[in-house]
Design a protein around this ligand. Structure first.
Ligand code: ATP
Length: 194
């Protein structure tokens, strides 16, 4: 079994790591693939985001020993749909695939490009982003479209990349919200400063 976890990771944070670790502990997959998404340079500069290479490097630091970071979507230099990435992975590394998502992604999954095809190719492992959040209604919507959802128990780690970009631009304290190695990388490269 291979777990696929994608995102902008702009920047990667302990909420992402907590989510992947919870899925890994629950499912004991053979492989975990972290897939940073391509973000157009226009969008990146608009919201004070980091470049592809910096997001890739930060993921490599953050997920060291947890999963393999793939540059497949980044090197395509075009917005990638999850369905296309899954097709590529299944073709090149056949396995049973599980797509790991946080609750906000679970909620929007039915609207993703070719959602039914995604659900035919993999099952979904969903984790809460907030304590007390009900995942069942979102899971039901996915199941109504033929998807299979596992709700993975986790102690939610409530943080978002948006919040961190805000904090970093104000030189706020991000200790404990992201791995120390990532905090150092951001400082050394002057990322997310307004
Ligand atoms: P942004 O604030 O820029 O929208 P984000 O914090 O939501 O970013 P993404 O890179 O967009 O992070 O998320 C990638 C995946 O990680 C998504 O499936 C999302 O639901 C999940 N995720 C993000 N933050 C958390 C968290 N704190 N707990 C659990 N899952 C999370």
């Amino acid at each position: 079994m291979t777990v696929l976890f994608g995102g902008s990771f702009d920047p990667v944070h302990n909420g992402h790591i907590n989510a992947v670790k919870s899925v890994r502990d629950a499912l004991s997959p053979d492989k975990v693939i972290i897939m940073p998404a391509y973000v157009s340079p226009f969008k990146t500069s608009q919201r004070q985001g980091a470049s592809d290479i910096h997001r890739l490097n930060m993921c490599r630091i953050a997920f060291d020993g947890i999963g393999t970071v793939s540059d497949y979507e980044l090197t395509k230099k075009d917005v990638s749909y999850t369905v296309d990435t899954l097709e590529h992975l299944i073709r090149t590394s056949p396995d049973e695939y599980v797509l790991a998502v946080g609750s906000d992604s679970l909620r929007t999954l039915p609207q993703w490009h070719r959602a039914r095809d995604i659900f035919a190719m993999c099952s979904i492992a969903a984790v809460s982003r907030k304590s007390g959040e009900a995942l069942a209604p979102y899971a039901r919507a996915v199941e109504d479209m033929g998807g299979q959802v596992m709700m993975v128990q986790t102690r939610p780690f409530e943080v978002s990349s948006t919040e961190l970009r805000g904090l970093l631009s104000q030189h706020g304290d991000v200790t404990g919200l992201m791995p120390d190695g990532v905090i150092r990388y951001i400082a050394e490269n002057g990322l997310y400063t307004a």
